[in-house]
Design a protein around this ligand. Sequence first.
Ligand code: SF4
Length: 322
Amino acid sequence: MAETAAPGPARVLLAAPRGYCAGVDRAVQTVERALDLHGAPVYVRKEIVHNKHVVQELSKRGAIFVEEETEVPEGEMVVFSAHGVSPAVHAAASSRRLHTIDATCPLVTKVHVEARRFAADGYTIVMIGHEGHEEVEGTTGEAPDSIVLVQTAEEVEGLEVRDPNRVAFITQTTLSVDETAEIIAALRAKFPAIVSPKSDDICYATTNRQIAVKQLARECELVLVIGSTNSSNSNRLVEVAREHGSASHLIDNHTQVREEWLEGVETVGITSGASAPEELVEQLVELFRKRGASDVSELRTVDEDVRFMLPKEIREQLAVGT
Ligand code: SF4
């Protein structure tokens, strides 16, 4: 869209919280620090976080993104992404003598630990998640013989397990809170003895961004979500906004806004997925300011103060350098 196009919405409302979560912040910083400490190249298995802009910026600094650890030359450094990897990937990296830095989000690691524990205790584990998502692949790899994947409440009906009295469930961290509650209700109806994790697997950032976008959708005719198409939590934000009364679209950045979306829109809402940098939000706000928006404010629903320490491999090297 041309930045000098016809006037746009008079009001811009920003969801808060939005954008980077503690796990993404840690993962991106991990690659940046690895580049500072070792120089280029630093290999990264898969996109460090699901955001095109972040991947492009890190590539410019010398990160090389690969699909599999087998593409990394023997003995080189590789960072594992925030979505986590299976034990088989760790083993393959070790057999290639790779120097690994694990940027798996601690909240994904929590789900891996649950999977191992439930499997060791003899449970069939129902994993609620999206087939093919890296996080699901990594978690499933912890106990491939014990985990079955379920994507919808309808799928629960046909689910066959070894012992209906020994079933547990875990979930991907970035799902729709409401849809997952429906699937869990269907699981509890089918397997009354089903065991749950001690605390929710859907992470605080996913939950809080969905709470914020629900409120935003009630006040706007249009909600724009900044995030990449492969970002699970960003896609969920679009769905939640639509379910709560607003039109909504996922965009990588301000250049993807379409003129026809703005017709009749007085208030446009903006939020961003957990892997989308704030500068992309700022550029979008700037676009609307140039088109005449005079009222730009934030709609805060939840305060966040979660921070994670950098991976120990980076902390140890930083300590040596001080
Ligand atoms: S979205 Fe949640 S699980 Fe994923 S990296 Fe962020 S905090 Fe961790």
